[in-house]
Ligand binder design. Structure first.
Ligand code: SF4
Length: 349
């Protein structure tokens, strides 16, 4: 997949932009200064495959907790600052790897300069995060409300402030809860700028609808080569955000890690309990660190042929379990032993 060129920045040891691998971010839901709770949640997120973690820095205690948090975790950190530039400076002092802040929210240019100087002194990038709720009034009037023009212009103006201070290590997000608006905004910005992009659909909500909104919005852009790092926002555990984010990347071939499961939707020809089998296999193989595709197919007539791209697959009929590799049947076993045999074969791959 061709990816659009963007400038490269580094958040800790993770590179973003310039064709680096697309990374998955999440945000903690703990009180940041509660070091133990924050560290525990980040370790859980690391386990799920999170590449970068952002947390809110709401006061000096939060900023000062960064050093202690960083001692116990392994992924780069991003401080989310709302208005107070001093919290950004304090976060940098305490070892943060990136600051998310909008110059327009900080106030005077002298304050912005203090943040920029602190970041420059340690080689730390800034994320400018524009969303549909944060567009300045003058732009809303000029562009007749919230649309891709006002969102993109808002981001460009935030960037101009940083550029006027000779700061270019910036990534940008342009989030809206409306999928079409998000896609249009990112597309437009991407056509005008080479800053790396952080993709997300904000306030996507809970449950399956949120997963679909994020998958469609983020997935559409990634499929067009737009986007360098992503965050799926769910009203749910951040671990779920990471799982969905990684699944989006996997579905587009942007993440080669672990087992890719494919299974047929079942139909009147289905001869095994594929729904429960697929749940069991997904559970069993979720932690396996092997880049293989495993197919679970409902009937031997169409199954092996339809799944010929898979490294290994199973199906069954009349009590006989069938194992196939790249579409060719390699073994027949009793249906009761099918999964045990599948796991044995996978071990040998
Ligand atoms: Fe139906 Fe067989 Fe195709 Fe599954 S593989 S959808 S059971 S025809």
């Amino acid at each position: 997949m061709n990816r659009k060129y963007t400038r490269e920045i580094s958040v800790g040891d993770v590179k973003i932009g310039n064709n680096s691998r697309v990374t998955v971010q999440s945000m903690t839901t703990t009180i940041t200064k509660d070091v133990e709770a924050t560290v525990n949640q980040i370790l859980e997120l690391e386990e799920a495959g999170c590449d970068l973690i952002r947390f809110a820095v709401n006061d000096f205690d939060d900023a000062q907790a960064i050093t202690k948090i960083k001692e116990k975790i392994h992924i780069p950190t991003i401080a989310d600052i709302q208005y107070d530039y001093k919290l950004a400076v304090e976060s940098v002092k305490n070892g943060i790897d990136c600051v998310r802040i909008n110059p327009g929210n900080i106030g005077s240019k002298i304050k912005v300069k203090e943040v920029v100087d602190a970041c420059k002194s340690k080689g730390i990038p800034i994320r400018v995060g524009v969303n549909s709720g944060s567009i300045h009034k003058n732009l809303l009037e000029k562009y007749h409300g919230v649309n891709e023009d006002s969102i993109v212009q808002s981001a460009l103006e935030e960037l101009e402030v940083l550029e006027s201070l000779n700061f270019y290590d910036t990534k940008v997000s342009l989030k809206a809860s409306n999928v079409n608006l998000s896609i249009a905004s990112y597309r437009k910005f991407s056509s005008l700028s080479e800053y790396p992009l952080h993709l997300g659909i904000t306030e996507a909500g809970p449950g399956i609808n949120a997963v679909i909104k994020s998958s469609v919005g983020i997935g559409t852009l990634l499929a067009e080569g737009i986007g360098d790092t992503i965050r799926v926002s769910l009203t749910d555990s951040p671990v779920e955000e990471v799982k969905v984010g990684r699944a989006i990347l996997k579905s587009l071939g942007l993440l080669k890690s672990g087992v890719e499961l494919i299974s047929c939707p079942t139909c009147a020809r289905t001869t095994i309990d594929l729904i429960n089998i697929s749940k069991e296999v997904e559970n069993k193989l979720s932690e396996l660190d092997k880049n293989i595709t495993v197919a679970l197919m409902g009937c031997p007539v169409n199954g092996p042929g339809e799944a010929r791209e898979a490294d290994i697959g199973i199906t069954a009929s009349n009590g006989v379990g069938i194992i196939f590799k790249r579409g060719q049947i390699v073994k027949k076993v009793s249906e009761d032993e099918l999964l045990t045999e599948l796991y044995k074969e996978i071990e040998q791959l």
